[in-house]
Every structure is written in structure tokens, then in C-alpha cells.
Design a protein around this ligand. Structure first.
Ligand SMILES: [Zn+2]
Length: 391
């Protein structure tokens, strides 16, 4: 806090609020659906190059990378935000301003993280701030949903920086008090029930996949999920059938199971599987003798490990002190983010808010209010410089 470079960078965040928001709007206007992050990654890599980062590339998985080399290569800190959103390719990503708010799908999750990435790199380059260790800036692909952390997984297990990373920091969403140091485990499934199908009147009595799926949803919805450790389930998508007067041939749903505890997650998982089997059996039991059976298929489409970066690790302590020095009460929490993966590999990792406020995340009404963003950026800078060291 007493360094002149840090003071200059802090002023940069305060006096450039408008330009930072303009950049935020530019990057969020580029569509980035799951598995459709390429254009946004290319924009970010041009940005990294124009800021003078070295070793700028888009890796084989689609992550965008750029290095600010310090006096030495280690410690090497990854500073990341995710490029992808939860929204389909045909979504309108244009950003609308209303009063203080910016409205667009993905504007906060993780548009504000991407804006933080660019701004922090810019502050370190332009002020300039010389560091002991090095900082690898990364826009990751595949953080959301079926992306299943594929970007960060490639980066840390197969990419050319794998095994060279000493710590990992992700900016995801808004805020200045949250420090996510625990990884929330999740399992995601696609359930498909198939049958012969037929005429709604003429073939009545054949087992019906949508009816079976309804029974399955009803059983899952009755699960007595504990509040502590927090455990949740969600049927997020259903699909099936072709017309109102046809017995469908298929019904499909996608299910997300989460728990703060690995043991509770296993218990929920077992209940879920049994519920799917029982529901299918129940529907099959209604069929006439000799009619074909419904078939049940359960595919695991995502799995995120649980774990934590201990609260007394240097990275978490730095985040706690940085939060306090800016006048906020640090709040350690648990979530499902890119940090799950490094945590599972034993690399110290946390996820921080990028400042500002937001609402309606993961919906088409998502908004972000950049007021107070500078505080998130200041906290982020302090954590980064604490990890890599000032020269
Ligand atoms: Zn996110």
C-alpha cells in the first residue's frame, strides 16, 4: 500500500472508470456461447498483444493466454476469467445501458471478470509495475455447464504451462468481500428414457417416456436435501415428444446435483439413480402384457471435484488482508468455479469478485452496475502483487 506504483495503479482504476466500462461493453458484445468462445478469445488475444504482453496465444483447447514476465519465471501466478456464458449461440449479446446498469447476457458472469483481466494487465503494463515473479493472464473456455472446466483442465494438465503454475486466481462475477477458497462439488447428468411410441388413442397402454420422466422428476423433487451441508438439485432442461396426439419415443432431461460435502453428494447421487430406475419401472409396470419396455439411459455429462485452499494459506491470507485494508469484511465461501480444478490438483487457488454489483445471473435479464468496480480491481491488484512480489 505504500508503494508509489500501487498508488498510481489505484488512481488509474478510479479515473478510468468510463474507459473500463467501454471495454467491458466491447468484449461482452462479442457472442460467447458454450463451445463458441473463439471470436471472444481472438479479441482478447489482440488486446493482450496491444498491451504488450508476451507469449500471447490461443491454445489447443481455445483458452487465450498472455504473459507479463517478471524478473523470474516463478512464482508463476495465473490470473483468469472465463470467456464462455451459459447462453446459446443465437442469443442477442448486445449490451444495453439503463441508468447506471449495463444489461446483457453474461455481462457480469463473467464479463466483469474479463474486464478486470484486461484492466489489471493494462495497469501493470502502463504504470509500469515491475514484479519479481510472473503473471500468466488467461481467458478460459468451458467454465459453464457442459464445458465442464475443459479450458482450465487443459491449461493445468496438458498445456505447455502445466506443472509450471504455482498459484491460481480467478475473477468471476462482481463484489469485493467474497473469497471463494472452497470448491463446490457437482455432478451433472443427461437422462434419456426411450420406448416404442405410438398413437395416443390407438396405442394407449404402451409405456410413455414423458410419463416416466414426470414420475422421475417428481421423485427427485421430493428429496429431503439438507440445508447444512448445503445440498441442491435441479432439473434444468427437459425435452421429448413430437406431437400432442402421439405417445413419444423419447424423453430427456438434464440434472445438476451439488453439495458442499462429498458424502452428501454421493448420497444424493445414489438417491437420484434409484429414483430414475424406480420411475421407469413404475411406468413399465402399467404396460399391457407383451408390450415392449421403456429403456433408461443415464449419462454423466459433468463432474467437478470438491476440495479447498486452506484459509491459512498465503493466497487466502493475502485476499483476506487485501479485503480488510479496503474497508470490507472478508467472506470465505464455497462455489463451483474454474478454481475447482487447480484445487483438485493441489495448486493454491481462489476466486474473487471483480467489483461492482449484479443481478439475474444466468438469465437473459442479467445486469451489472460498475459503481465501486475500482475496489474489486484494487483488491485484485494487491493479491496479485502480494503473490508475485514487487521488485
Ligand atoms: Zn462464472
Amino acid at each position: 500500500m505504500s508503494s508509489a506504483e500501487v498508488a498510481r495503479a489505484f488512481r488509474f482504476f478510479e479515473t478510468n472508470a468510463q474507459a473500463i466500462t467501454d471495454e467491458h461493453i466491447r468484449i461482452c458484445s462479442i457472442p460467447a456461447s458454450p463451445f463458441g468462445e473463439r471470436e471472444r478469445a481472438e479479441y482478447l488475444s489482440q488486446k493482450f498483444s496491444s498491451l504488450g504482453l508476451s507469449e500471447v496465444e490461443i491454445d489447443q483447447e481455445g483458452n487465450c493466454l498472455g504473459l507479463i514476465a517478471g524478473a523470474t519465471r516463478s512464482p508463476l501466478l495465473v490470473v483468469s476469467a472465463h470467456l464462455d456464458t451459459v447462453f446459446a449461440a443465437d442469443t442477442n449479446f448486445n449490451v444495453v445501458r439503463r441508468d447506471h446498469r449495463l444489461l446483457a447476457p453474461g455481462i457480469a458472469d463473467d464479463g466483469c471478470g474479463l474486464a478486470a483481466l484486461i484492466t489489471l494487465a493494462q495497469a501493470i503494463q502502463n504504470e509500469p509495475i515491475s514484479t519479481e515473479g510472473s503473471i500468466l493472464f488467461v481467458g478460459t473456455v468451458g467454465e459453464e455447464g457442459e464445458g465442464n472446466l475443459r479450458g482450465v483442465r487443459y491449461l493445468l494438465t496438458r498445456g505447455r504451462w502445466a506443472a509450471k503454475v504455482d498459484a491460481f486466481l480467478s475473477f468471476d462475477g462482481p463484489g469485493v468481500d467474497r473469497i471463494t477458497n472452497r470448491a463446490l462439488g457437482s455432478r451433472r447428468y443427461r437422462v434419456e428414457i426411450t420406448g416404442p411410441g405410438g398413437h395416443s388413442w390407438g396405442d394407449f397402454g404402451l409405456p410413455n417416456p414423458v410419463h416416466a420422466l414426470g414420475r422421475a422428476v417428481s421423485r427427485l423433487a421430493a428429496y429431503p436435501a439438507p440445508k447444512d451441508p448445503r445440498t441442491t438439485f435441479n432439473v434444468g432442461r427437459i425435452e421429448g415428444g413430437t406431437s400432442v396426439n402421439s405417445i413419444p419415443r423419447t424423453a430427456m432431461m438434464e440434472v445438476d446435483l451439488r453439495s458442499a460435502s462429498e458424502a452428501e453428494l454421493r448420497r444424493l447421487d445414489a438417491f437420484f439413480r434409484r429414483a430414475m430406475r424406480d420411475a421407469t419401472d413404475e411406468e413399465n409396470a402399467t404396460r399391457r402384457a407383451g408390450d415392449p419396455e421403456l429403456k433408461l439411459k443415464i449419462d454423466l455429462i459433468g463432474e467437478r471435484p470438491t476440495g479447498e485452499t486452506p484459509s491459512d494459506s498465503p493466497l487466502v491470507e493475502l485476499a483476506i488482508e487485501s479485503t480488510k485494508i479496503l474497508g470490507f469484511d472478508p467472506r470465505l465461501d464455497q462455489s463451483s468455479t474454474d478454481s475447482n480444478l487447480p484445487i483438485s490438483l493441489g495448486i493454491p487457488a481462489i476466486t474473487l469478485g471483480a467489483g461492482g454489483t449484479s443481478g439475474f445471473s444466468h438469465t437473459l435479464d442479467e445486469w451489472y452496475d460498475p459503481r465501486g468496480r475500482d475496489l474489486g480491481l484494487k483488491r485484485g491488484l494487491l493479491v496479485i502483487l502480494g503473490m508475485v512480489g514487487l521488485v
